[in-house]
Write a protein of this length. Structure first.
Length: 50
Protein backbone atom coordinates (compact mmCIF):
# COMPACT_ATOMS: atom_id res chain seq x y z
CA UNK A 1 0.00 0.00 0.00
CA UNK A 2 1.48 3.38 -0.95
CA UNK A 3 2.12 5.72 1.98
CA UNK A 4 -0.34 8.32 0.69
CA UNK A 5 -3.18 5.77 0.74
CA UNK A 6 -2.41 5.14 4.41
CA UNK A 7 -2.50 8.87 5.16
CA UNK A 8 -5.83 9.17 3.35
CA UNK A 9 -7.19 6.27 5.39
CA UNK A 10 -6.13 7.92 8.65
CA UNK A 11 -7.74 11.22 7.67
CA UNK A 12 -10.99 9.51 6.63
CA UNK A 13 -11.03 7.41 9.79
CA UNK A 14 -10.69 10.48 12.01
CA UNK A 15 -13.50 12.20 10.11
CA UNK A 16 -15.74 9.15 10.45
CA UNK A 17 -15.12 8.92 14.19
CA UNK A 18 -16.07 12.60 14.54
CA UNK A 19 -19.27 12.10 12.55
CA UNK A 20 -20.34 8.92 14.32
CA UNK A 21 -19.41 9.78 17.91
CA UNK A 22 -19.48 13.57 17.82
CA UNK A 23 -16.10 13.86 19.53
CA UNK A 24 -12.44 14.00 18.64
CA UNK A 25 -10.75 10.61 18.32
CA UNK A 26 -7.73 9.90 20.49
CA UNK A 27 -4.37 10.17 18.83
CA UNK A 28 -2.73 6.80 18.32
CA UNK A 29 0.34 6.53 20.56
CA UNK A 30 2.46 5.32 17.65
CA UNK A 31 1.57 8.38 15.55
CA UNK A 32 2.29 10.68 18.48
CA UNK A 33 5.72 9.10 18.84
CA UNK A 34 6.42 9.44 15.11
CA UNK A 35 5.42 13.11 15.19
CA UNK A 36 7.74 13.74 18.14
CA UNK A 37 10.62 12.05 16.34
CA UNK A 38 9.97 14.05 13.18
CA UNK A 39 9.88 17.34 15.09
CA UNK A 40 13.11 16.44 16.90
CA UNK A 41 14.81 15.60 13.59
CA UNK A 42 13.70 18.92 12.07
CA UNK A 43 14.94 20.86 15.09
CA UNK A 44 18.28 19.00 15.04
CA UNK A 45 18.70 19.76 11.33
CA UNK A 46 17.90 23.44 11.90
CA UNK A 47 20.46 23.67 14.71
CA UNK A 48 23.07 21.90 12.59
CA UNK A 49 22.57 24.29 9.66
CA UNK A 50 23.24 27.40 11.74
Amino acid sequence: MPWFDWIEFLINHRRAVRLVTGREPEMMPRLVEQEQRARAAIEAAELKSR
